[in-house]
Design a protein around this ligand. Structure first.
Ligand SMILES: O=C(O)CCC(=O)C(=O)O
Length: 261
């Protein structure tokens, strides 16, 4: 591998696609080289420090743990999100037409022992068709001690869980927390090494516990990919805006979105 290479290309095997279809998630393995990881950490931390303060237990999750649109603040994230290994892989599981739907940092810094409740990602923003995928890339080793993701394999098969009542009063602010009842005995942790990626279906139930490490943060790059024709169910079925990455779209506003940037 050349020393300047940042990303590691991936192509799913038939067995991996079957595993994903059956379990609703897949551990994709290493997608960042050591050089890529170091650059990603450096640019993400520069962006983080510009907007965030140290963890403060008085503040909420949005303030403590979330930095949205990170691809607008870091070139390497932008390149990884739009042209890295994951969009190609998405064509194998979503279909030929892919757009970028969300990029954000979800950092659970040391001291943040708050858990994130069980939910489906399509609960916080229902997109149709129901094949949107969330990918998580670890910027350091993540495990049960520092709050890795936990999921329920196969839970995507139950389909969309109706949480619309929760959002009735609070659609704009989106401060609602979804906290679904699950059978904890079915949950498994998904540890990852730094530079590795996992992805999961928009209906897969997942959560994380707090970061109980005294010496390690839990820094994750979260990116969501959707079918290029996906619409926002909660927003009168308006097309979800996002850069077209693969194939084509029936929506002009998506075809033109970020074209010139
Ligand atoms: O940051 C976490 O631990 C969980 C985040 C998550 O599940 C989400 O943003 O959907």
């Amino acid at each position: 591998m050349n020393a300047n290479q940042l990303f590691i290309d991936k192509r799913l095997t038939v067995e991996q696609i079957e595993f994903y279809n059956e379990n609703g998630y897949l551990h994709l393995g290493k997608t960042l080289t050591d050089t890529g990881l170091a650059k990603m950490i450096s640019e993400c931390m520069d962006a983080w420090k510009k907007e965030k303060e140290d963890y403060n237990e008085e503040k909420n999750w949005l303030q403590n743990a979330l930095l949205v649109d990170i691809h607008k603040k870091s070139k390497i994230v932008r390149d990884f999100y739009f042209e890295g290994p994951i969009p190609d892989v998405m064509t194998q599981v979503i279909g030929p037409n892919i757009k970028a739907a969300t990029s954000q940092l979800t950092f659970k810094m040391r001291g943040n022992t708050k858990s994130f409740a069980w939910h489906q990602d399509n609960g916080y923003g229902e997109l149709d068709p129901y094949n949107t995928i969330s990918s998580l890339t670890a910027l350091e080793d993540v495990d049960e001690e520092n709050g890795c993701l936990r999921i329920i394999p196969g839970s995507h098969k139950q389909g969309q869980i109706d949480v619309s009542q929760l959002f009735k009063k609070d659609r704009k602010e989106q401060t609602v927390t979804i906290d679904l009842e699950v059978d904890e005995s079915e949950a498994i942790p998904i540890p990852m090494k730094a530079g590795e990626t996992i992805f999961f279906h928009c209906w897969t139930l997942h959560q994380s516990r707090g970061n109980f490490s005294k010496s390690r943060d839990r820094r994750i790059l979260f990116m969501r990919y959707a079918d290029a024709n996906a619409v926002e169910v909660y927003n009168n079925r308006q097309p979800r805006l996002g850069k077209l990455l693969k194939g084509s779209t029936e929506f002009e506003e998506v075809a033109n979105f970020e074209k010139d940037i």
